[in-house]
Ligand binder design. Structure first.
Ligand SMILES: CC(C)=CCC/C(C)=C/CC/C(C)=C/CC/C(C)=C/[C@@H]1[C@@H](COP(=O)(O)OP(=O)(O)O)[C@]1(C)CC/C=C(\C)CC/C=C(\C)CCC=C(C)C
Length: 419
């Protein structure tokens, strides 16, 4: 993150380091930009399928991100992915609503554990920290600003996400079957029921017993991996949005209960979760735009098929990998959409607890710059991998730190305020 923060690692390393040698070895928060976040029924309802992207741009002067209702192939109006995901957001937010908003939300339980297991638990968290430090250096540094309880909990979540991603992206990926993912899910349920399989699971098991973290986003991430196994095309943005929620928006929903909302924040809990979801979506969209060529070489096209067709582009154009004006125009629209999700996420970062803001700002600023780099590469994401230089990364860190000093109270223009 600055996912050099969350650098992809060699699958051999990850298999060994994360314990994938066993048989269990295994990518969602946005609303229409500008619509007030009051309740799901009060949101604007507008469908991507009704106008072309260009008409929308002309009509609204800005690009709508998603609709609440979409038409299915039979022409019936159905609930959009955004609406489905929003229901998860509401559920997650409800879990923490009653929780006291304070810097120290952690009610550290008396350790009702078998003697010696405390030591093992410390080892388990330390190992999660090591993995995080190794594969997501800058992010790891950011977590050091957090309270010890939060820091180690984020490490444990990070490691579980990494392991899950490795199931379909790692070196054993070609052997992964839906059954293996079902087993990974059973293992997740066991871990939530305080029956961890290994020490890394034990760290997460402890984390979920201390923070109001729900199992749903974890299950949804596994669902995203299932989707990746069976799907290599996305008909429209609604389908892509759901995929992005599964594999990345979920991370935002898992992290907020641990990172905590600032006690002085006046934002609604749902709006903060929604911003967290938006950051996950923005990151994943950016990841997809950066990796178009790489994904195409694996036979995968994550870009919405209907938007490609509307831009006069086909799968063949992607496989041929020629940067044309049609491609540039298409990419401009996609980049614009990703930036809208980043913008939406920005509003929520300030509402997080003080110590959590810096790593989140850092990840937002660093990952968003990948979009600038795609532009700087004249939209050649077929053969050039957009990356942010070390110098730019370094420059972003104090910038992120400066932004993290802005408190929710000095941020009274926020559109996330409770109504
Ligand atoms: C502070 C912070 C950023 C916390 C998140 C820590 C965490 C638990 C990260 C887990 C990330 C992970 C391993 C996800 C597995 C699925 C996956 C690989 C998703 C893609 C990430 C990029 O990783 P990759 O290594 O492939 O990228 P590179 O090739 O190296 O570039 C994703 C694109 C998405 C990751 C999504 C997030 C980190 C969500 C961030 C949102 C929050 C932390 C919520 C912030 C709160 C508010 C209110 C805005």
């Amino acid at each position: 993150m600055a996912f050099s923060l969350l650098r992809v690692v060699s699958s051999i390393e990850i298999s060994a380091g994360l314990g994938f040698a066993d048989s269990d070895s295994s990518r969602y928060a946005g609303r229409l930009l500008g619509s007030k976040f009051v309740g799901k029924n009060s949101r604007k309802k507008e469908s991507w399928s009704f106008y072309s992207l260009h008409d929308k741009l002309k009509k609204h002067g800005k690009l709508p991100v998603l609709s609440s209702l979409v038409a299915n192939t039979a022409g019936e109006v159905v609930m959009s992915s955004e609406q489905k995901v929003y229901d998860v957001v509401l559920k997650q937010a409800a879990l923490v609503k009653d929780q006291k908003r304070s810097e120290i939300v952690v009610d550290v339980k008396p350790d009702m554990v078998i003697p010696g297991t405390m030591y093992l638990l410390k080892e388990a968290y330390d190992r999660c920290g090591e993995v995080c430090a190794e594969y997501a250096k800058t992010f790891y540094l950011g977590t050091l600003l957090m309270t010890p309880e939060r820091r180690r909990a984020i490490w444990a979540i990070y490691v579980w996400c990494r392991r899950t991603d490795e199931l379909v992206d790692g070196h054993n990926a070609s052997h992964i079957t839906p059954t293996a993912l079902d087993r990974w899910e059973l293992r997740l349920e066991d871990l939530f029921a305080a029956r961890p399989y290994d020490m890394l699971d034990a760290a997460l098991s402890d984390t979920v017993s201390r923070f109001p973290v729900d199992i749903q986003p974890f299950k949804d991430m596994i669902e995203g991996m299932r989707m990746d196994l069976k799907k290599s095309r996305y008909e429209n943005f609604d389908e892509l949005y759901l995929y992005c929620y599964y594999v990345a928006g979920t991370v935002g929903l898992m992290s907020v209960p641990v990172m905590g909302i600032a006690p002085e924040s006046k934002a609604t809990t749902e709006s903060v979760y929604n911003a967290a979801l938006a950051l996950g979506i923005a990151n994943q969209l950016t990841n997809i735009l950066r990796d178009v060529g790489e994904d195409a070489r694996r036979g995968r096209i994550y870009l919405p098929q209907d938007e490609l067709a509307e831009a006069g582009l086909s799968d063949e154009d992607i496989f041929n990998g020629k940067v044309t004006d049609k491609w540039r125009n298409f990419m401009k629209i996609q980049i614009k959409r990703a930036r809208m999700f980043f913008k939406q996420a920005e509003q929520g970062v300030t509402e997080l607890s003080q110590a959590s803001r810096w790593p989140v700002w850092a990840s937002l600023l660093l990952y968003r710059q990948i979009l600038d780099e795609i532009e700087a590469n004249d939209y050649n994401n077929f053969t050039k991998r957009a990356y942010v230089s070390k110098a730019k990364k370094l420059l972003s860190l104090p910038m992120a730190y400066g932004k993290s000093l802005i408190s929710p109270l000095s941020h009274t223009q926020s559109s996330l305020l409770r109504v």
